[in-house]
Design a protein around this ligand. Structure first.
Ligand SMILES: *Cc1c(COP(=O)(O)O)cnc(C)c1O
Length: 431
């Protein structure tokens, strides 16, 4: 199947990490997020081990927790030796409440409020990844008030377009994140940072985008960044300790996506960086990367129940399910491709062309178009594969639909990691 943790068992059912998906749907109800914990850990280890091996001691992945944020995932990140990225006080709170050490957190985002900055510094946050001048001043002011020194990285834009989807393409000059190298603004801003008495500039960050399948865009970004480090050394005598290359490698959502070897890609990026550092006379910095989806995506499957099948003569057939854009908005937002199958009839001939529609009241609230399934009937269990990233974390209560639970699988055992929302949860804030 698409990934090695997926198979079809002797009953003809989809099995996730060897566990029968249909029995999970019966036990916990649908819609249901299933997360293969062993897979998450295996994905994490590829980054942790190969980054240490090829980039050197101290280099490691920061799990970009926006991809999937709940207490259990921060526990896994800590146990596997990853630091984490957070982008909001809510993610900070969730991580802290899971016992994740604040010193191993990196606070991202293009608008951290004064309250966010205070909360993070009071918690002992490791690093802010500074995005703008106002934020820099707010951190300096609060650090002065507290009599401390705060570590930061500066976010810069290397001006790279890795040809990914526009909305997930953030390394270009024209975007709301960071300072541009190309326009000279990054260089000038470093001068401002170095005047601050309560801020220690430890290094630089760039993020060129998501769903990148090979090492070439990372090598291109590293080239621009190392040239920038050389320039900073020359102009300010700055010795950069940390270079953060941003988001992780792409994920295989459908058969036509490539199979990639992340460890090998990291090895190639590392040898490229080594050569450039030597060439430009820059001390090799600690290298960080920020994988999100490639840690959790292929560990996730969402299970739904089919409710109806409607064929519009001369047009197409719609299969409606009991979840939708409230638990997976990615098709509605970006036309994201997913692999869809019937979990209870996984061996049957898939010759019925259809569109899978969610239950939200919008014509654009689709889960996937042009899907081939065995002709579904009410009660079939429909599985959408590779939903571990940006599904639960982007879920909403649109149409007052309760968010599904997350069931985690480990060593063949299943357990609830996030319980299903209730109607009481939906009205908990209503006065
Ligand atoms: C979204 C994002 C990531 C994670 O990207 P993935 O494609 O999930 O690996 C990392 N860093 C930054 C700054 C991001 O915005």
């Amino acid at each position: 199947m698409l990934h090695t943790n997926l198979s079809v068992n002797e009953k003809g059912h989809l099995a996730i990490a060897g566990v029968d998906a249909v029995s999970l749907a019966e036990k916990y109800g649908t819609p249901l997020y299933v997360l293969d914990e062993d897979r998450v850990r295996a994905n994490a280890r590829i980054y942790v081990d190969s980054m240490r091996k090829y980039f050197g001691e101290g280099s490691r992945p920061l799990y970009a927790s926006k991809a999937l944020s709940f207490r259990g995932i921060y526990k896994i990140a800590a146990e596997e030796g990853m630091c984490v990225d957070i982008v909001s006080p809510g993610e900070l709170y969730t991580a802290l409440s899971a016992g994740f050490p604040a010193k191993d957190m990196f606070f991202h985002g293009n608008n951290k409020t004064d309250a966010d900055i205070r909360y993070a510094m009071d918690s002992g946050i490791g690093y802010f990844i500074v995005d703008n001048a106002e934020e820099l001043n707010a951190i300096e002011d609060y650090a002065a008030l507290c009599g401390t020194t705060q570590d930061i990285l500066l976010r810069v834009t290397p001006g790279i377009d890795p040809h990914t989807f526009e909305a997930v393409n953030t390394g270009k000059v024209d975007c709301q994140f960071g300072f541009s190298i190309e326009t000279g603004q990054a260089r000038a801003f470093v001068g401002e940072i170095l005047k601050k008495k309560h801020i220690r500039l430890r290094g630089f960050h760039c993020h060129i985008g998501s769903q990148i399948f090979d090492q070439v865009p990372f090598c291109d970004a590293a080239d621009i960044m190392i040239r920038f480090l050389a320039e900073m050394k020359k102009q300010y005598g700055l010795l950069t300790e940390i270079l953060n290359l941003g988001g992780g490698f792409g994920v295989r959502y459908v058969d036509s996506d490539p199979v990639i070897d992340i460890a090998e890609n990291i090895r190639l990026v590392a040898s490229h960086i080594n050569a450039r550092c030597i060439e430009l006379g820059v001390a090799h910095p600690v290298i960080l990367m920020e994988p999100g989806r490639s840690i959790v995506a292929d560990a996730g499957v969402t299970l739904y129940s089919v409710g109806s099948v409607k064929t519009i003569d001369g047009y197409r057939s719609y299969v409606s399910i009991d979840g939708g854009m409230s638990d997976n908005p990615r098709y509605a937002l970006y036309k994201s491709q997913y692999t869809v199958l019937l979990a209870n009839r996984a061996n049957e001939n898939a010759d019925f062309l259809c569109t899978v529609a969610g239950r939200c009241c919008e014509s654009g609230a689709l889960i996937q178009e042009n899907v081939l399934l065995p002709r579904p009937v009410r009660g079939d269990i429909l599985a959408v594969l590779v939903t571990g990233a940006y599904n639960y974390s982007m879920a909403s209560n649109y149409n007052r639909i309760c968010r599904p639970p997350i069931v985690m699988l480990s060593n063949g055992e299943d357990r609830i990691a996030v319980r299903r929302e209730t109607f009481e949860d939906l009205t908990a804030c209503d006065l």
